[in-house]
Ligand binder design. Sequence first.
Ligand code: SF4
Length: 297
Amino acid sequence: MPSPSPSVVVREEERDLLDEFEAGQLAVELDAATPEEVLEWGLDRYGARLGLCTSFQAEGMVLLDMAWRIDPEVRVFTVDTGRLPAETYEVIEAVRDRYDLQVEIHFPEASQVEGMVGRFGPNLFYRAVPARLMCCHVRKVEPIRRALEGFDAWVTGLRREQWASRSNIRKIEIDHDHGGLAKVSPLADWTIEEVWEYIEEHDVPRHPLYEKGYTSIGCAPCTRPTRAGEDPRAGRWWWETNAPKECGIHCPLETGGFEHEVEAILGGEHAEGSAGTLDLVGRGAGLVGLGSGRAKR
Ligand code: SF4
């Protein structure tokens, strides 16, 4: 069965959304289930209205492999921020070859990127936390928000042991930050050792940067390899000392209306309803002054 175009519009009354009671019940029922069982449940219930979101790190690759074994037509999507390492594209090609999957790739709004980069420079993220969050918002959070409009459920590779902000995630949750669709995290209770065991056992394609000491992989300028004893996410935005290692996609943080601020500063179309940026951004904290600031790096 061919996958529907991501642009297919589904009327609100046709969507299959969980209510709080059902979501709570499922979270309890599936908490001890294997990742494959959780994926089977999701694919059975939602079919092409379920999307597997991956940045091609180890967790996402495990889920992709598992989901593909259950349903070779599973929809897989990602965001190309425009700043990804070259190696990530190699993994996308490997996925296309190995699984014969069409990866749905979403891009940031060109006018937003042009406005941001023109005003604050291409490497604005090194200057201050609000600038980094603006970049993540424009390049990641907003494209994901648009991509999710095409789904009733999405699968993520979140694990509880990854970071403090993820320690309480459930395998099934309602994603209130993205219109109330179901957020499915089959690997919530897995350790990193279990992830790598699966990859070994099933010969799953792996991101080449793991070989170079990376333990978490995002955009090229914002990720470095980690050193022995460091937290696995320490290489993400390593120069920041006062902000969570999150971009705003998964961490439900107070926006304080930041998305409207971005629109005001950068101009261009900017859809409403986006959430997930930090209060740290706090009503434009220093954003305007960044235009002439010097990079800290
Ligand atoms: Fe921008 Fe860095 Fe965030 Fe990528 S990780 S969107 S380059 S700030």
